[in-house]
Design a protein around this ligand. Sequence first.
Ligand code: COA
Length: 477
Amino acid sequence: MASKSKAKRTKSKAAAKKSARKVVKLAAKKPAGKAAAKNGAPRPSSKPWGQAGRALDGVRILDFTHVQSGPTCTQLLAYMGADVIKIERPGVGDITRSQLRDVKGADSLYFTMLNGSKRSITIDSKHPKGKEILERLVKCCDVLVENFAPGALDRMGLTFEHIHKLNPRMIVASVKGFGPGPYEDCKVYENVAQCAGGSASTTGFRDGPPLVTGAQIGDSGTGLHLALGIVSALYQRVRTGRGQRVLCAMQDGVLNLARVKLRDQQRLKQGPLTEYSQYGEGVPFGQATPRAGNDSGGGQPGWILKCKGWERDPDAYIYFITQAPVWAAICDLIGKPEWKTDPDYATPPARLPRLRKIFDTIEQWTMTMTKFEVMETCNKHDIPVGPILSMKEIAQEPSLRATGTVVEVDHPTRGQYLTVGNPIKLSDSPADVRRSPLLGEHTDEVLRDVLGYSATAVADIKASGALSAAEKKAEAA
Ligand code: COA
């Protein structure tokens, strides 16, 4: 989990090169004889699970991302085994290196938690020599990922047409705030996307303003979408031999995650949304999907209820779902066995106008126990509930450590820190979760080993100023 030794890295690089050659060979000609099955695909590996390399071994990513959306995508690809080379502006690097800094002089958690398992090289993309190096990288990478403001990549001279000419196999993947249309030129951050994608207008309480969520569905959510687009394009390239553009607009990504609210928008035409508590409270619906507080987004009513200690602990709550098949068990547990047969409570439609009273009654019961006691009791009866876990509790949860979802890594300047490992578990591709690189840590290594520059050429490049900060060049001049 911690940083790899140089020897290990060299070994895995050699393995990556070998498997890259293998991928190219597979695409180029049909495997024959013993190595191939009848359908032309390789025979199933006989290696033990998890020892047949990683899913994206041999894929090299030119990572031109910054802040959160793009880095989320490339970090996932790195966890899956891709060689991710992050290009950073000399001197400063990704702006998040210094944003929300908690340890003086060290890269922030904002940066370190989004850039694990990558290599970092500094290049001034506007310097002539820097452009030359970038073009060489374009020729030997499989995917370029970027999330600059609209037009920035083109202004660097890296239009899709130019990239495609340099390397027809290159996949060019971008996150933008909006897709083509009236807002395509806008710069966009997380909360702008949450608002434009329909999440904010449908989040919060009916009598309050729109709310943004704590989960970064605009940034990290779009990064996830982009990663899927990239692996799909890599798969298509095996057949077509050529790359393509992949575009994920943050507005689209948020809308995709908020699709149940567009579902409800259309249902409104047929009448009130009966599972929303506002229906039971007799509040008329307007023209658009309303905010629904903590109502469940599905067909089974749910709400957040207080548990023992709620007066002192802001997270002493539990999400409680009154799933129809376990209604009888709920009635018994909360001391209302008569509700099982009472026509006002016995069926889901009868309960809809009474949800407030039902949840108030259940809450009287949940308040007698801690959220974990409620969870334990309800689970015995198959009643779906979810304790509201604080980030402190999540950081300490042993099962999340055991599965590699929460990982502790070591860092040379900030010491140990927690990061979120790969939430996508592949049975034959163990996640490769390593610390984030220091700014330009792998500049020499990439110039030498990936681009084949000699030691003298590397020295000349450095002297040209293409890899150093503008202020330093000015001082030198
Ligand atoms: N060398 C030289 N210049 C570099 C460079 C390098 N290695 N890397 C970046 N730059 C330059 C770019 O060329 C650009 O210059 P230009 O505007 O003169 O062409 C400049 O740095 C800044 O890029 P930009 O993307 O505009 O950064 P920003 O800080 O002004 O805006 C965002 C940040 C996130 C708002 C914007 O990038 C954006 O809207 N991105 C798309 C949506 C997105 O991903 N948003 C979520 C972010 S989590």
